[in-house]
Design a protein around this ligand. Structure first.
Ligand code: KIV
Length: 286
């Protein structure tokens, strides 16, 4: 595993060398440290924090200040990985000037090194404006969680082949638009594997898949899904590499049990008073 700092040109080189890119989300200092030490290439401070950290049903309520707060914590925990911060809903749709200002805040205040925003052709001009001030941009197309109400849920996109001017063509043209606008990478979420493979083949920037099959240039997952940090069912495309929910629940139940039985703390976890040594008598002179 490379120990060198991951950079935007480094990720572009990874695609040309055919080296898979590993990404995960993180939202705070300890998990950023763990992801960084595990050799993850880029850490996304995702607006998924609205769901997995804040407990909302969608990502829509997340604010700029909240992403900045989490991004700063992540930045303090990272040594090698590139940090990408998500632009939350409403922070880039109003106008391009507003988008550039908010992207700049994520870099200045959130200590991120790149920003991500959702959408294809519809946000191409916005991507162009942000990239023009040298803020690296990651696109995000396919299943875009901020469009949950338009999509009628978190649904796989571009599945149907055929005559209708389908979602499939739309996903493809979105991918081209994002690259053309100057994004340096693009997240492909919730699309069929063959469509993701075609996009990966056509684009010169890296594709980072989540629920998009094995042929993307890299993969990203939500931290809570990888580590099993939620009690809810993980999405079909996610793989659970640990069951921290079960472990944490078990550990806290053990702690609660020992406190109730007065088995914790023991002397080993307690401080003892220091013995006070009386001052020696002052010898009488002469
Ligand atoms: O917010 C997020 O975690 C994301 C990933 C699912 C790519 O956008």
């Amino acid at each position: 595993m490379e120990t060198q700092k991951v950079t935007v040109p480094g990720l572009l080189r990874a695609k040309s060398k055919g080296e898979p890119i590993v990404a995960v989300t993180a939202y705070d200092f300890p998990f950023a440290r763990i992801a960084d030490e595990a050799g993850v290439d880029f850490i996304l401070v995702g607006d998924s924090l609205g769901m997995v950290v804040q407990g909302n049903e969608t990502t829509l309520p997340v604010t700029m200040d909240e992403v900045i707060y989490h991004s700063r914590m992540v930045a303090r925990g990272r040594r090698r990985a590139l940090i990408v911060a998500d632009m939350p809903f409403g922070s880039y749709q109003v106008d391009a000037r507003d988008a550039v200002e908010n992207a700049s805040r994520l870099i200045k205040e959130g200590a991120a090194e790149a920003v991500k925003l959702e959408g294809g052709e519809a946000v191409a001009d916005t991507i162009r404006r942000i990239a023009a001030v040298d803020i690296p941009v990651v696109g995000h197309i396919g299943l875009t969680p901020q469009s949950v109400h338009r999509m009628g849920g978190h649904k796989v996109q571009g599945r149907r082949r055929g005559s209708a001017p389908g979602q499939r063509d739309r996903v493809l043209s979105d991918a081209m638009a994002v690259e053309d606008a100057g994004a340096f990478a693009v997240v492909l979420e919730g699309i069929p594997a063959d469509l993701a493979a075609e996009i990966t083949d056509r684009l010169s920037i890296p594709t980072i898949g989540i629920g998009a099959g094995p042929q993307c240039d890299g993969q990203i997952l939500v931290l809570h899904d990888v580590l099993g940090l939620c009690d809810s069912l993980a999405p079909k495309f996610a793989k659970k590499y640990a069951d921290l929910w079960k472990d944490a629940r078990g550990a806290l139940a053990a702690y609660a049990g020992e406190v109730r039985e007065r088995a914790f703390p023991t002397a080993a976890h307690s401080f003892q008073s220091l013995q006070t040594v009386p001052d020696p008598p002052i010898a009488a002179e002469g």
